[in-house]
Design a protein around this ligand. Structure first.
Ligand SMILES: C[S@@+](CC[C@H](N)C(=O)[O-])C[C@H]1O[C@@H](n2cnc3c(N)ncnc32)[C@H](O)[C@@H]1O
Length: 279
């Protein structure tokens, strides 16, 4: 069987199962170790048995076991960076890129800002900020040693200098920061989410108590401990809890200026709190 025949056969199957045809190509490229150009050149050649077997095994997981393609590929892209991901580590989402954008916007003019990324997962937010602001000093934490292992690999892969610390929220965080950024878990236990997510991604990265808001209360009640007086807090938030979140902010930061920003779909996505923040 040639690469072409194999691809056509699997692409037809994808169509029949209402799955993405593009995934067949991506997995074939990944498992064969070829670039798209190399695949094109070799299209009419025989596909090696090993490549066929490996691609079929991954496709079986995708077609029949509802596995996210990012875990099967072992990587995804975030803010233009290729990042390794694996089961046990949250797949960074395109929505979270807005959080990076807002932090970058707000630190223009601040030299060597000290930034803490709480619950870094794959390292996505910290690495994207560091990539775009080489002078920023980044510390990224997570409760999951597995996630930190992946985040460290991602930092090394891109030659980005980020300090990684295993910490349950603020328990082991040294020093003080100008910026606290976080995309904390915020799915409420009674929420019905896509089984692709609930069956595959780590529980501790998704769910939070108090209707999904417990991390906001915990973070905002203690944020001052790790922040300088002039500081910026930027958090990703659920799309439908503006009132409850505003009440939490007003409770812990009654004097502060804050805003809830919407994404391109006009859904609430980012909470920004500025405390005497000058840029
Ligand atoms: C929604 S994920 C975000 C991951 C990454 N920042 C991103 O945006 O792709 C939340 C992360 O918080 C971590 N986490 C959960 N509970 C934590 C805790 N108590 N302390 C520190 N990190 C925690 C999870 O392991 C997970 O990596």
């Amino acid at each position: 069987m040639t690469y072409e025949e194999f691809y056509m056969e699997q692409a037809r199957l994808a169509e029949k199962l209402k799955k993405e045809k593009q995934v067949v190509k991506l997995l074939l490229l990944e498992k064969s170790g070829m670039t798209a150009t190399e695949l094109y050149i070799n299209y009419r050649k025989k596909i090696p048995v090993e490549v066929r077997k490996k691609t079929l095994a991954a496709l079986d997981e995708y077609f029949h076991h509802n596995k996210p393609v990012q875990y099967l590929l072992g990587y995804t892209y975030f803010y233009g960076l290729k990042l390794l991901v694996r089961p046990g580590v949250l797949i960074p989402r395109p929505e979270t890129e807005l959080l990076v954008e807002k932090v970058l916007e707000n630190i223009v003019g601040r030299k060597t800002p000290r930034i803490l990324d709480l619950g870094t997962g794959s390292g996505a937010i910290a690495l994207a900020i560091k990539k775009n602001r080489g002078d920023a000093l980044l510390t990224a934490t997570d409760i999951s040693a597995l996630a930190l292992g992946v985040a460290r690999k991602n930092a090394a892969m891109h030659g980005l200098d980020v300090e990684f610390i295993e910490s349950n929220l603020f328990a082991s965080i040294p020093g003080k920061y100008d910026v606290l950024v976080s995309n904390p878990p915020y799915v409420s236990r009674d929420e019905n989410i896509d089984p692709l997510v609930s069956e595959n991604e780590p529980e501790e990265a998704l769910y939070a108590g108090e209707g999904g808001l417990s991390f906001y209360r915990e973070i905002l009640s203690r944020a001052r401990e790790v922040l300088f007086d002039s500081n910026l807090i930027a958090l990703e938030i659920p799309e439908n809890k503006d009132e409850e979140l505003s009440a939490i902010v007003k409770n812990y930061f009654p004097e502060s200026e804050f805003a809830i920003l919407k994404d391109l779909n006009n859904l609430s996505r980012i909470l920004i709190i500025r405390n005497d923040w000058r840029i």
